[in-house]
Design a protein around this ligand. Sequence first.
Ligand SMILES: [Zn+2]
Length: 112
Amino acid sequence: GLGNIYVCEALFRAGLNPSRPAGVLANARGGPTRAAVALAKAIREVLEEAIEAGGSTLRDHRQADGGLGYFQHAFSVYDREGAACLRSRCAGTIARVPHSGRSTFYCPVCQK
Ligand SMILES: [Zn+2]
């Protein structure tokens, strides 16, 4: 699956709350909703940027020095708990939700 970092970043870019149930990504006819299309586009963009930034693997990992090996300057929400949201005109603060050994980072104000 996608690395946790990329999921956090793509959800932020698409403006979707991580707690949003997957069901709202499909409409009554089983087709993708506007949110699903936005999320798919955001995932593609985030992955393309990660690859351009030098990522050779799409898994979360840490280098021997403990730093994130790639894509580290491009994070909008990942590992930014308590920092100001980067979306223009948003006054939100990035929140962290721990779950099953990982953390999800998101902006509670602009991610609906
Ligand atoms: Zn925000």
